[in-house]
Ligand binder design. Structure first.
Ligand SMILES: [Cu+2]
Length: 111
C-alpha cells in the first residue's frame, strides 16, 4: 500500500468518526429535551463585578447535568437550566458557596 493511499484512508476514517460523534451529541441533546429538564433560580450574594458573574457562570456550567446558566449581577441571581436527574439544587448551591459567594433562596421556575 502506498503512503498516499494510507493517508487517504486515514482521512476518510477521520471524517467518518467526526460525523458519528456529531450525530451522537445531537441524539443526546434531543434526549435531554424530552423531560427531566428544570429551570432553577438561585439568589447569590457577594458578586460585585462582571468577573464574579463570569466566575459563577463558569463554575455552574462545568457541573455535570447543567445545560446552561444565566448569571445576573443586577438581580443577584443565577437562572440555571439543568437535568434534575443528574444534578440537585443543593449541589448547585454548594458549588456557588465553594468559590466564595453566598447562595440563598432557590426557586423552581415553570417552563
Ligand atoms: Cu468581581
Amino acid at each position: 500500500m502506498s503512503i498516499r493511499k494510507s493517508f487517504a484512508i486515514l482521512f476518510i476514517l477521520q471524517t467518518f468518526f467526526m460525523a458519528c460523534s456529531g450525530n451522537n451529541s445531537q441524539k443526546n441533546q434531543t434526549g435531554l429535551n424530552e423531560g427531566e429538564v428544570t429551570s432553577i433560580e438561585i439568589s447569590i450574594e457577594g458578586m460585585s463585578c462582571m468577573s464574579c458573574v463570569a466566575n459563577v457562570k463558569k463554575t455552574l456550567t462545568s457541573i455535570d447535568g447543567v445545560m446552561g446558566a444565566n448569571v445576573s449581577l443586577q438581580n443577584k441571581n443565577a437562572t440555571i437550566k439543568c437535568n434534575s436527574e443528574k444534578v440537585t439544587s443543593e449541589q448547585l448551591k454548594k458549588a456557588i458557596n465553594k468559590i466564595g459567594y453566598k447562595a440563598g433562596d432557590i426557586k423552581e421556575l415553570m417552563e
